[in-house]
Ligand binder design. Structure first.
Ligand SMILES: C[S@@+](CC[C@H](N)C(=O)[O-])C[C@H]1O[C@@H](n2cnc3c(N)ncnc32)[C@H](O)[C@@H]1O
Length: 281
């Protein structure tokens, strides 16, 4: 069978649009570029080139999986986050673009040679992107899921980051008396109710353990707020990623401990409340 890249892009776009996938054309170009090992620019230059049989075969397998709404990052096995290309599989949440805002903030404000904890590290995205940008930092990433930690460790080895270490812990349970200058926590924050309305890419494929928490999504964040002061050095920073309607509850919980100051909500580029920042008194 003879088929050019542009024909394949058009066919793939048509098939993905038919199952309601938004941005189907861009995604089709991404898929073809990846399978043919072209850059996004090279694919344009090869629009009229005939595809080798091997690419035709792998394309069919990818499209069949994507038609079932499996996230492209799981199909291709990797996801871009900040300057990193991270391995991902269904044991880890696919790192989100909004979390990059958290990283940008952390890169600027974490003091020199600080000890940092990434709570709920998943693929290791926050710990590794921070460790990659800031070689002076000493970073620990913990997760309750040993399967997620295998992915995080593979990513650490890929980038040979000796300033990052991962281990298993249910929140602070295995951290002994260690204390940190900064805690970054992107813990699960979706309520059971919201979970039901998530898109199939998320609900049917991403790990529920990485997404939901009880108490309207705030259970783990509340637990973390109660315990964090024991693991923060005086003046240390804590930042939570959260759902857009959770800022007040998180502020109140931080205030209620009487141990935090300079509590601040940080918005994303669409002016939605996405992070809460505080410092230990
Ligand atoms: C929202 S995901 C964030 C993953 C990653 N930090 C990121 O930003 O892409 C939350 C992570 O918290 C982990 N997690 C859930 N409950 C936890 C707990 N009790 N203690 C530690 N980690 C937990 C999940 O396994 C998941 O990897």
């Amino acid at each position: 069978m003879h088929i050019s890249y542009i024909q394949a892009i058009k066919n793939t776009t048509f098939r993905l649009e038919a199952v309601g996938i938004e941005g189907a054309r861009t995604e089709s170009e991404l898929i073809l570029a990846e399978l043919a090992k072209f850059s996004r620019t090279e694919i344009f230059l090869h629009y009229n080139t005939q595809m080798p049989q091997s690419v035709i075969d792998s394309l069919e397998k990818v499209v069949q999986r994507r038609e079932k709404h499996e996230p492209l990052q799981y199909i291709l096995g990797h996801a871009y986050f900040m300057n990193l290309d991270l391995l991902v599989n269904p044991n880890v949440l696919i790192p989100r673009p909004e979390t990059e805002l958290l990283l940008e903030r952390l890169c600027k404000i974490v003091p020199h040679e600080a000890k940092v904890l990434d709570l709920g590290t998943g693929s290791g995205a926050i710990a590794l992107a921070l460790g990659f940008e800031r070689k002076d930092l000493n970073i620990t990433g913990v997760d309750v899921s040993t399967d997620a930690l295998k992915v995080a460790e593979s990513n650490r080895l890929k980038y040979k980051l000796d300033n990052v270490a991962f281990f298993q812990s249910d929140l602070f349970s295995n951290l002994g008396e260690q204390s940190f200058d900064c805690i970054a926590a992107n813990l699960p924050y979706v309520s059971e109710h919201e979970y039901l309305s998530l898109m199939p890419e998320v609900k049917d494929f991403e790990p529920k353990l990485a997404l939901t928490a009880t108490e309207d999504g705030l259970e783990l964040i509340y637990k973390c707020i109660k315990k964090a002061p024991e693991h923060l050095n005086p003046g240390a920073i804590i930042i939570f990623e959260m759902g857009i309607s959770q800022a007040k509850n998180i502020h109140d919980a931080l205030e209620a401990t009487g141990k935090f100051k300079n509590i601040e909500t940080i918005q994303d580029y669409s002016k939605r409340n996405r992070f809460v920042y505080a410092e230990l008194k």
